[in-house]
Write a protein that binds this ligand. Structure first.
Ligand SMILES: Cc1cc2nc3c(=O)[nH]c(=O)nc-3n(C[C@H](O)[C@H](O)[C@H](O)COP(=O)(O)OP(=O)(O)OC[C@H]3O[C@@H](n4cnc5c(N)ncnc54)[C@H](O)[C@@H]3O)c2cc1C
Length: 717
């Protein structure tokens, strides 16, 4: 729906000073000094060498070879010797098994099909695929690869081979198992099947039904649960993924948990979101960001993460989601997603389980303040979020407070600053959301195979894309330009078969995001195109101290609200106009955004360094995905809440705030996660760490859950 013309509200001319090129950021200034030194030595711009930790693709070839050699040696050592009887048991993991898309039963089938048996036979070097018994194999991962470099699109499988079962059912495979060679990334031996378990089964066993009065402790893997004489009282503020998983672990381990959530339970939240979409009524405490399940509830529910899909902690979270009713195929799917329709019942089950454990869940309860005595948090001040702020305060005492408030709790950030909690601004990204007809994206990505998508009901997954572009690298003429121009622009939270939604938490600020249902059946494909911004860019807002990044977000959300003309109408522009710095069309192509779009000069909304980075990257993307620049492609403004603009400092092991004892900042709002999975994992680790400090649990957390994620603060899904 396109609304004709703006409402007459005038947008002030862009007035912010340009970002300061060099500032206090030591890493940037030292980078520039290094570059200047190199230029003096080389007399040209041929190469810029940066001293930074190299990982993944950025490693030197020699380094990669050395690592490969080490991994190969490790693989060889783990496997029993060639021909040895020890090979009659154990599991072999076969990865990168390719099945042409034309032969595969399709995306929803996670069994062992005849063409997959062919691929397995090839990997085992076994001559007759049809003799291999299906029962000996289980599919661990299945993903779709339609890169243009391939002859044809393929499904890629990872399969576990149960050696004992295989040899029992087909003894003629022995020679082949006996000779099987471990190969990096393709063939790996495991003495036992790697079975991750959900958190509840992990912690439940012997503990339930025991006589707590005895103070007996129960051994769980390498740790023990110690039932306390008096249960410690813990408040968890926020029922997003991080708050839910922290509550679950703490309650399972014996704490008396109170979960405080400013928003509504999912049932009422759904009605509030409906009223927003239909009647333009925004509830400031029950919307796309606030309410049970947190920000990701009305979302695409993508369960992808950069903290390592196979990490034990991530697997425990995934299994727990299945335990609460998530579809089991999320454990196998290469790019799993839930969709809003699956998330809502899952959250209801999660809530019921927490209540059964004795967790007191208080919806419509906003934490307005902390009670601090002698540098230690002693409790919280709450109010009914349906009433005016602080109208009826209630003081609640706790032994510890876990803060899991998400990135939109700006009032909570201000409250923390009043208590001198250590907060630092953090890099994040801002930009616009682009929407295309899904069919166009299917055609670009799959060519003739696009016909098989059939709005999520076909054999082939609804097409998506993921793009990262570096802008300006190597072109800079001066150190100043180097800092200003060297930005990344990337696609973020792509929602195939989805819709653009309003994620504002107040009516004078406008920001958007994307969501979809499990089938991804809508006509639209949307994705944020965002550019990295850092504390240099927040300089015009430095009077706001640690909240400068929040003010930066606010500034562009307000500008977007004005450009849209009010009433939650979103400013929009054809991508062809955006890259041409013009507004030639007054009637826009259709959009999935339900509250209306207003033709606007989005190229004037952000400062030039963001607009130009977006324009350049869109042009580059079109080279890789011809058709991306199209008259049907519509840009919507603005996407500002990609991740938290700040980080609340905390100790690495205890998760406790470095500046305020008894406070445990976690999840996306605290700057330690950027997505459903990473937030849940952060909450889970914090739950264990806090339980340990409260003497509810002894033992080594990492030996149960694997290593905790690195606390970079920039984890994004
Ligand atoms: C529309 C949308 C789509 C998204 N899609 C995806 C996706 O597909 N995949 C993905 O991985 N991530 C997605 N995300 C991001 C993801 O939702 C977040 O990264 C994740 O929810 C962060 O979890 P969290 O627990 O840290 O915080 P949140 O989920 O933000 O939860 C914080 C909770 O705290 C409550 N709260 C805040 N302040 C207070 C207070 N003072 N008192 C009491 N309660 C308070 C809020 O109401 C909220 O429920 C999406 C986000 C949005 C908005």
């Amino acid at each position: 729906m396109a609304l004709p013309g703006a409402s007459g509200i005038k947008l002030p001319p862009f007035s912010l000073p340009p970002p300061h090129p060099l500032g206090a950021n030591p890493s940037r200034s030292s980078l520039c000094t290094t570059n200047a030194f190199l230029r003096r030595r080389c007399g040209a711009f041929a190469a810029v060498v940066r001293c930074a930790k190299r990982t993944g693709k950025r490693r030197y070839p020699s380094e990669k070879k050395r690592l490969d050699r080490r991994h190969k040696e490790q693989l060889r050592q783990t496997a029993p010797e060639e021909g040895g009887v020890a090979r009659e048991a154990g599991f072999w993991r076969l990865s990168k098994l390719a099945v042409p898309a034309s032969e595969d039963p399709g995306k929803d089938f996670v069994g062992v099909s005849p063409p997959l048996l062919q691929a397995i036979a090839k990997a085992l070097k076994f001559p007759v695929a049809s003799m291999l018994p299906e029962e000996a194999f289980s599919v661990i991962r299945k993903s779709f690869d339609a890169r243009k470099v391939l002859k044809e699109p393929q499904f890629i499988y990872t399969v576990d081979v149960d050696a004992k079962k295989l040899l029992d059912m087909e003894p003629r495979t022995w020679d082949f198992i006996a000779r099987l060679e471990p190969k990096l990334g393709a063939v790996e031996y495991m003495p036992d099947e790697k079975v991750a378990t959900d958190l509840i089964s992990m912690l439940d066993f012997h503990f339930k039904g025991s006589d707590d009065e005895q103070g007996t402790s129960y051994t769980v893997n390498n740790g023990s649960i110690c039932p306390p004489r008096k249960k410690p009282r813990v408040a968890v503020v926020g029922s997003g993924p991080s708050g839910l998983f922290a509550s679950l672990v703490l309650a399972e381990l014996g704490a008396e948990v109170t979960l405080l959530e400013r928003g509504q339970p999912v049932e009422q939240r759904g009605r509030d979101i409906g009223a927003l979409a239909v009647r333009r009524i925004l509830q400031s405490e029950s919307n796309f960001c606030f309410g049970e399940g947190g920000a990701g509830t009305w979302s695409d529910g993508k369960l992808v993460t950069r903290i390592g899909r196979n990490a034990d902690g991530v697997q425990a979270v995934m299994k727990t989601l299945v335990y609460f009713g998530g579809p089991p195929n999320i454990l196998v799917d290469g790019r799993p997603h839930l969709g809003t329709d699956k998330l809502v019942p899952l959250l209801r089950n999660f809530r019921n389980h927490l209540r059964e454990l004795g967790v007191a869940i208080r919806f419509n309860t906003r934490v307005d303040d902390l009670i601090v005595e002698g540098g230690q948090v002693k409790g919280v001040v709450v109010s009914d979020s349906r009433l005016q702020p602080c109208s009826v305060d209630q003081k609640l005492s706790f032994d510890a407070v876990v803060l899991a408030v998400g990135h939109s709790a700006r009032d909570t950030y201000s409250m923390l600053l009043r208590h001198n909690v250590d907060i630092t601004p953090k890099n994040f990204s801002v930009g616009l959301r682009i929407e295309h007809p899904q069919e166009l994206i299917n055609n670009i990505q799959y060519s003739e195979l696009a016909a098989e998508v059939r709005r999520g009901r076909g054999r082939i997954p609804v097409a998506d894309y993921k793009i990262v572009k570096s802008i300006g690298e190597g072109d800079a003429k001066s150190d100043t330009e180097q800092v200003e121009q060297n930005r990344s622009c990337y696609s973020f939270c792509m929602c195939p078969g989805g819709q653009v939604v309003l994620t504002s938490t107040n009516s004078s600020e406008l920001c958007i995001n994307g969501m979809s249902f499990s089938r991804r059946a809508s006509k639209w494909a949307n994705s944020a195109l965002v550019v990295t911004v850092s504390s240099h860019d927040f300089k015009p807002f430095q009077s706001h101290g640690s909240l400068a990044g929040v003010e930066f977000q606010r500034e562009y959300e307000r500008r977007a609200a004005i450009m849209g003309g009010g009433n939650f109408v979103v400013p929009a522009q054809c991508v062809t106009d955006f890259i041409g710095n013009r507004l030639s069309v007054t009637s826009l192509p259709p959009s999935s955004y339900r509250l209306g779009v207003n033709p606007s000069k989005l190229h004037e909304l952000f400062p030039p360094y963001i607009t130009e980075a977006l324009q350049q990257s869109i042009i580059m993307i079109d080279k890789e995905m011809p058709g991306f620049i199209s008259t049907e492609a519509l840009l919507h403004g603005v996407e500002t809440r990609t991740s938290s603009p700040l980080q609340i400092s905390r100790h690495n092991d205890s998760y406790e705030s470095t500046s305020l004892q008894g406070l445990y900042p976690i999840g996306e709002g605290a700057g330690y996660a950027g997505g459903i999975l990473s937030a849940a994992v952060d909450g889970m680790y914090c739950g264990f760490a806090l339980a340990k400090q409260l003497s509810l649990f002894t033992g080594d957390i990492e030996s149960i859950l694997g290593k905790a994620q690195k606390q970079t603060g920039s984890v994004k899904y």
